[in-house]
Design a binder for this molecule. Structure first.
Ligand code: ATP
Ligand code: MG
Ligand code: MG
Ligand code: MG
Length: 448
């Protein structure tokens, strides 16, 4: 039609197709040599991530997150964004450098003790590197003089680096001194509304872990020095976990031991069941804060009667980098990473034949196949070609299984025969399939 929409950009050329990622060019240097002493490698995920070129160690508790890790983390953050947006969360980004005055006002400048990284600027003003942001976000809200009850609930969150001078950084990304956290802060008009928000965030957390295919438990938890009156942790059951959990055999009660009297063995909820202990990795933590912080900073909203009233707050953390490592920890075997399907850095790896082999003529087909699969809607940028054809298929398969591609496609002997058959190793199900090209395309069209 003649009335073209002003924003329609029909003359903008499509972006050029992204080049096929080649394994020989991917920057994933292994930090473990064969036979290297692994005495200081304290858990499976740390060893696997160093071995597969996902992490490079820096200062204690600090790591270079190598490209494959960043791809995976970006996928995780996208999922988190979806779940937070679905409950009305709005993403912002607060300064990591936090002035001491805010923390003095809440009393936590002293309370945080040695865990806080402190520094001083050229004017002699004290700062910390933010370990969490209750003070900052509450002050932000308090600066809004005319906040109306109609604007609540307000759910603000960020995904940023946090800094904590952990006494014992260990287990790789499970306990770093610099790590990514998703922290959300909620502001509500009443205690009842804040409880409602609290539940909706807990449900969103549950949905996230379900989508990742991780087994999780929600347990009652200690308030720590954050303060508040209601708190839960989201824990992934794992032996390497540093938290001890008590679960009742007869009712729904489940709590972190930190919450109970030492040695308590009878269930405080039903008084009948016995408490069974297990270990978990804390991947999320939710708190109902009440008006503890809004009072300190005078974070108020105006009611329908135009009366300034303190906002009821909640805060909700997710350990982004810890979730990555914890997922690897609980899903992987000793020598092969298994990712939650949605988080694998790349979905598919195509293996062309070895240089000089009988079927070397199929090398071009392998490239063409990889390009074709990579243009499927769910697989853009997700298909890599292991072009290291000086290596045997077997050696490259071993690397591929170590890195944990959900699908590995071998273009070899089977393809050369009458009925072209691609060998497809499906990591999640453990199956090896022999598929025609159409059947392979059909299978991979279903990847999210
Ligand atoms: P922990 O008990 O393991 O020290 P925390 O209770 O001190 O954790 P919170 O203040 O509740 O941690 O922070 C929210 C989330 O941030 C935690 O549930 C966890 O997933 C993550 N997290 C906390 N500390 C670290 C760390 N040192 N390295 C990686 N992730 C962390
Ligand atoms: Mg801690
Ligand atoms: Mg804890
Ligand atoms: Mg906690």
């Amino acid at each position: 039609s003649s009335c073209a929409h002003p924003l329609r950009t029909s003359h903008t050329p499509a972006p050029p197709p992204s080049p096929l990622p080649l394994v020989s060019r991917l920057f994933q240097p292994s930090n473990l040599r064969e036979g290297q002493d692994s005495g200081d490698l304290t858990c499976r995920s740390q060893r696997l991530m160093l071995q597969a070129g996902l992490l490079h160690p820096s200062n204690p508790g600090c790591f270079y997150y190598l490209p494959a890790t960043v791809r995976s983390m970006e996928k995780l953050v996208r999922l988190i964004d979806q779940e937070m947006n679905a409950i009305g969360g709005q993403k912002l980004d607060m300064p990591a450098l936090c002035g001491a005055d805010l923390w003095r006002r809440s009393g936590r400048w002293d309370l945080m003790g040695k865990e806080m990284f402190r520094l001083r600027d050229r004017h002699g003003i004290d700062y910390c590197l933010g370990p969490t942001h209750e003070e900052a976000v509450t002050e932000l809200l308090a600066s809004q003089a005319n906040l109306s009850y109609r604007q609540l609930p307000l759910l603000l969150y960020q995904v940023t680096r946090k800094f904590r001078d952990e006494q014992k950084p260990k287990f790789g990304l499970l306990r770093g001194r610099e790590f990514y956290m998703k922290d959300m802060y909620s502001f509500d008009v009443s205690e009842e509304a804040a409880h409602h928000t609290y539940q909706s965030v807990c449900h969103a957390y549950g949905r996230l872990f379900d989508r990742l295919g991780l087994r999780w438990v929600q347990v009652q938890a200690d308030m720590g020095n954050i303060g508040g009156t209601l708190s839960h942790e989201f824990q992934l059951p794992a032996d390497v976990g540093e938290d001890r959990l008590l679960t009742c055999g007869s009712c729904s009660f489940s709590a972190n031991v930190e919450l109970l009297e030492a040695g308590q063995t009878d269930c405080p909820q039903c008084q009948a069941g016995t408490l069974v202990e297990s270990k978990g990795i804390e991947v999320g933590h939710t708190f109902y804060l009440g008006s503890k912080y809004s009072e300190v900073f005078s974070a108020t909203f105006n009611t329908a009667q135009n009366k300034p009233t303190l906002a009821e707050m909640g805060c909700f953390g997710l350990g982004v980098t810890r979730i990555l490592a914890a997922a690897i920890e609980v899903l992987s075997s000793d020598d092969a990473i298994r990712w939650p399907g949605l988080l694998a850095p790349y979905q598919v790896c195509v293996l062309p034949p070895k240089k000089g082999s009988k079927v070397v003529a199929l090398t071009g087909l392998a490239e063409e196949l990889a390009l074709g699969l990579g243009s499927l809607p769910g697989l853009r940028g997700e298909v890599v070609l292991d072009d290291r054809t000086q290596m045997t298929i077997g050696k490259r398969l071993k690397d591929a299984s170590q890195l944990g591609y959900p699908y590995v496609v071998v273009v070899g002997q089977g393809v050369a025969e009458q009925q072209p058959q691609f060998e497809v190793i499906c990591q999640q199900s453990g199956e090896t399939l022999f598929l025609s090209r159409d059947a392979l395309t059909d299978l991979l069209s279903r990847v999210e």
